[in-house]
Write a protein that binds this ligand. Structure first.
Ligand SMILES: *Cc1c(COP(=O)(O)O)cnc(C)c1O
Length: 419
């Protein structure tokens, strides 16, 4: 491979190598080793309508964003990626593929903003949503309707860290698709030409919690992967962004059309920051996972803790599935998120959150610094109390985003806060 060629993933290199190199090449003009931040809104044309390398206007295409998108496509094992100004903007792009009367099946334990967009925005545009516990495959099957065009799941989920079997859900989606006979000879049966309605359901996996370092939903059957890059992909709590990745050229064409037509693109500077971040994704995730495992085991033995929810513990109900479905390049890996129930309910858990010194009390997750939050009061306050209880979000539940500090300092911090 020559120095100037753009590297793509496609299994040619190990993940850690793709993190650093995929989609990037030295700047052709100067040899600058890092992709420049192209702060430009427009591009000079050689002749009217003749663009250089496809660049005409920066909402449609920007070289810094193109490099990031190639990088993300390689990391997810896809062929096409689109970067957005937020995770919810990426979601909006997917939902714009649907039409009045279409139906969405959504996993019940999802990011609050995901449910809000479906319930408060797209419901009023004629798109119905059914929420189901996707650990119950019979219930997913029962929720599928002839009008179902999208199955949306998050694994591990937020904040209960349920692990959903992506391949099993894809099988249910295929069964539903088979009953709406696709035209013969079309490569991707559910997708006709741009501008025509989608005919069979798509499976989307929100891979934000696992990151591409631990889980490859496209290999497991997802048609499209969504990320809030604000979390592990950005990794430093300094930007808000989102992404979609697919291996279907037809779906990519639709998504890219909508991205340009609707316009929620990230800035070149944020794309540059994400490119810088994905270079360390593999090493960051290893430390997040190792720290989280040590802390989860420590919490499980602590007398003030009633229950620890972490997919890496043998006590987690989907521990075996997590071991099959998630994996780091260094070995078994279960992510950096832990939920646990503090004995003594609201009052005691509030005190823990007030007493931590290294963990910061804040929403969000996935940065290098450790965060702690209280779902019932903070991220999931908009979920009605009965619905929270049904999901298992107890008043004593706290959620940790374990950072990459030294684990002994993190444990000492929790020890003094719990004491
Ligand atoms: C944060 C988050 C989102 C929303 O992404 P934004 O970048 O905040 O718009 C979606 N899904 C999950 C799992 C998240 O954690």
């Amino acid at each position: 491979m020559g120095h100037d060629s753009v590297r793509h993933g496609a299994g040619e290199h190990q993940f850690a190598t793709d993190c650093i190199h995929a989609g990037q090449r030295p700047d052709p003009t100067t040899g600058a080793i890092m992709t420049p931040v192209y702060l430009t809104s427009t591009f000079v044309q050689n002749s009217p309508g003749v663009f250089r390398d496809g660049y005409d206007y920066a909402r449609s295409k920007n070289p810094t964003r193109t490099a990031l998108e190639s990088n993300l496509a390689a990391l997810e094992g896809g062929t096409h990626a689109m970067a957005f100004s937020s995770g919810l903007a990426a979601m909006d792009c997917v939902l714009h593929q649907l039409r009045v009367g279409d139906h969405v099946v959504l996993s019940d334990d999802v990011y609050g903003g995901t449910y809000r967009q479906l319930d408060k925005v797209f419901r009023h545009l004629g798109i119905e949503t059914t929420r189901v516990d996707m650990l119950r495959h019979d219930m997913v099957q029962a929720a599928m309707r002839p009008q179902t065009r999208l199955v949306w799941l998050e694994t591990p989920s937020n904040p209960m860290l349920k692990v959903i079997d992506i391949a099993a859900i894809r099988a249910i989606v295929d069964q539903a698709a088979a009953s709406s006979a696709p035209p013969a000879g079309v490569r991707d049966p559910g997708l006709g030409p741009l501008g025509t309605p989608i005919q069979t359901p798509l499976l989307l996996v929100d891979n934000t919690f696992a990151s591409p370092a631990l889980q490859h939903p496209l290999e497991l059957g997802a048609h499209v992967v969504m990320h809030s890059c604000t979390k592990y992909i950005g990794g430093h709590s300094d930007l808000v962004a989102g992404a979609l990745v697919t291996a279907s050229p037809e779906l990519a064409e639709r998504l890219r059309f909508t991205q340009n037509a609707v316009g929620a693109v990230p800035s070149a500077m944020d794309c540059f920051l994400m490119l810088r971040s994905t270079k360390t994704l593999d090493v960051r995730m290893q430390r997040h996972c190792e720290n989280a495992m040590a802390i989860a085991q420590w919490l499980e033995a602590h007398p003030s803790i009633e229950r620890v929810i972490y997919p890496g513990l043998a006590s987690h109900p989907q521990h075996e599935l997590a071991t099959r479905q998630m994996r780091g390049t260094w070995g078994p890996a279960y992510g950096g998120m832990i939920s646990c129930v503090v004995r003594g309910g609201l009052e005691k858990s509030r005190r823990v959150l007030e007493r931590v010194r290294i963990f910061s009390l804040a929403e969000s997750l996935g940065g290098v610094e450790s965060l702690i939050e209280h779902p019932a009061i903070m991220t999931h306050a908009s979920v009605p109390a009965e619905a929270r209880a049904a999901l298992g979000i107890a008043d004593g539940l706290i959620r940790l985003s374990v950072g990459i500090e030294h684990v002994s300092d993190l444990i000492k911090d929790l020890e003094s806060a719990l004491g």
